[in-house]
Design a protein around this ligand. Structure first.
Ligand code: IMP
Ligand code: MG
Length: 174
């Protein structure tokens, strides 16, 4: 099994720095922004993004899992780790690795919106629009990619490859 590079480290770093500015630009320079990162896939994206963000930023984590096969989402999403703090009155940005069918993000946006944030936006490193099943609003997208199963930079295949420092595609037999 070999890994073919789809998005290299330098390209990731450049786009993520721009995304950080984009996210801040919707608010004042001194407005607190509360990031809600979706575990586990978004951890590396979050770590790089947050270092490029100016002004007050706070963090929380949420985890979800979807039932179904290893490489597709069945649509049933389950909360496996909830937030530590309230979202009430905060400007919240969901930080997610990838939007595929859109079912996971739709679920997350629905449950987080119900907690009365002042505003709720979403930033996704990757988007596969050709796979969308539900029309989900994502304000900030890092890269739009083709319908390929990608790994690396936090994203896994069966919990492996999260440590690969770039976005890649697996090639050859498993
Ligand atoms: P959705 O609910 O179909 O939009 O799926 C979103 C979730 O499926 C993401 O948070 C990922 O965990 C996972 N996923 C979707 N596509 C990929 C991929 O190409 N590589 C790794 N994980 C993926
Ligand atoms: Mg995920």
């Amino acid at each position: 099994m070999s890994i073919q590079t789809l998005i290299d480290e330098q390209t990731l770093a450049k786009r993520i720095a721009a995304l950080a500015k984009e996210i801040r630009a919707d608010f004042g320079p001194n407005d607190p922004i509360h990031l809600v990162a979706v575990l586990k896939g978004a951890f590396m994206f979050l770590a790089d993004l947050i270092r490029e963000m100016d002004g007050p930023v706070t963090l929380d984590f949420i985890a979800v899992s979807s039932y179904g096969s290893r490489t597709t989402t069945s649509g049933e999403v389950r909360l496996t780790k909830d937030l530590d703090r309230t979202l009430e009155g905060r400007d919240v940005i969901i930080i997610e690795d990838i939007v595929d069918t859109g079912l996971t993000l739709t679920y997350l946006q629905d449950i987080l919106r119900a907690r009365d944030p002042k505003s709720l936006r979403t930033a996704c490193l990757l988007s596969k629009p050709s796979r969308r099943k539900v029309d989900v609003k994502v304000e900030h997208i890092g890269f739009t990619i083709e319908d390929k199963f990608v790994i690396g930079y936090g994203l896994d295949f069966d919990e492996r490859y999260r440590n690969v420092p770039f976005i890649g595609v697996l090639e050859g037999g498993s």
